[in-house]
Ligand binder design. Structure first.
Ligand SMILES: [Ca+2]
Length: 241
């Protein structure tokens, strides 16, 4: 598939490929938000999945080169999504939930979903009751795709994921963000990625240049799932040098 990227981009990321869309568009969400049509990606997914390694500590002088992904997270949810859809059928992020005001990993919230319908598209599906009590759960992802764990998975649900990464120095890095479905990602409070649609997961949905400071950097992901699995990824791209 011929893409729009220049030759230098092709050299960096390999030949362009059509991303396999893991999300089943046949599943219905009660949120009614639009779903983006699949489109091309500019990263070679197979190469990345085969070679990316986990990390949470970044040193520009490190001899470790190549793709890095952030694998360790604290995840909380599911909350009910309030269902407000803004203009153009976009998920509305304007309602602020407690983790956006203060991340307290010891907090317990009684406001979670009390029932769920779920389908991870890998044979885990059904419906059941939940306690409605939510607390942060540690999760280490074995792959670039950080999937909401099965016991927390629900359709039409809201999650937060939190982690901290350590940088040896102030540094600017290129990050590829992706989400299934809608997401808002903050690094040290600044929004670095926002996807308001119930879009398919694509590894290079957005590539952004992000400023990291020396020391610990706080990363908060707000994720809204429509149907099916819920997942996101944050991939650090190798420097060109
Ligand atoms: Ca989904």
């Amino acid at each position: 598939m011929v893409g729009k990227a220049g030759d230098d981009e092709i050299a960096r990321f390999g030949s362009l490929t059509k991303e396999h869309v893991l999300l089943s568009l046949g599943l219905r969400s009660e949120l009614g938000a639009g779903q983006q049509a699949p489109h091309e990606i500019t990263l070679n997914r197979d190469t990345i999945l085969a070679n990316a390694i986990p990390g949470r500590r970044f040193d520009p002088a490190s001899t470790r080169k190549g793709y890095l992904y952030v694998d360790t997270w604290h995840i909380i949810g599911p909350w009910d999504v309030d269902g407000r859809i803004g203009p153009y059928q976009r998920i509305d992020f304007s309602r602020i939930y407690p983790p956006e005001q203060d991340v307290n990993l010891d907090a317990l919230y009684g406001s979670g979903k009390t029932h769920r319908v779920y389908d991870d598209e890998r044979g885990y599906f059904g419906r059941d009751q939940l306690s409605g009590r939510l607390k942060w759960k540690f999760y280490q992802s074995p792959t670039v795709e950080v999937r909401i764990p099965r016991e927390q998975l629900a359709n039409d649900a809201l999650y937060f994921a939190y982690t901290e990464v350590y940088c040896e120095n102030d540094t600017v890095m290129n990050l590829a963000f992706a989400s299934d479905d809608a997401a808002r990602i903050r690094i040290n409070g600044e929004i670095v990625f926002e996807d308001h649609l119930l879009s398919p997961y694509e590894l290079s949905e957005e590539i952004r240049q992000v400023q990291f400071k020396k020391g610990y950097n706080k990363i908060l992901v707000r994720l809204v799932n429509g149907p099916g699995p819920a997942r996101f990824s944050m991939l650090l791209l190798p420097n060109e040098s």
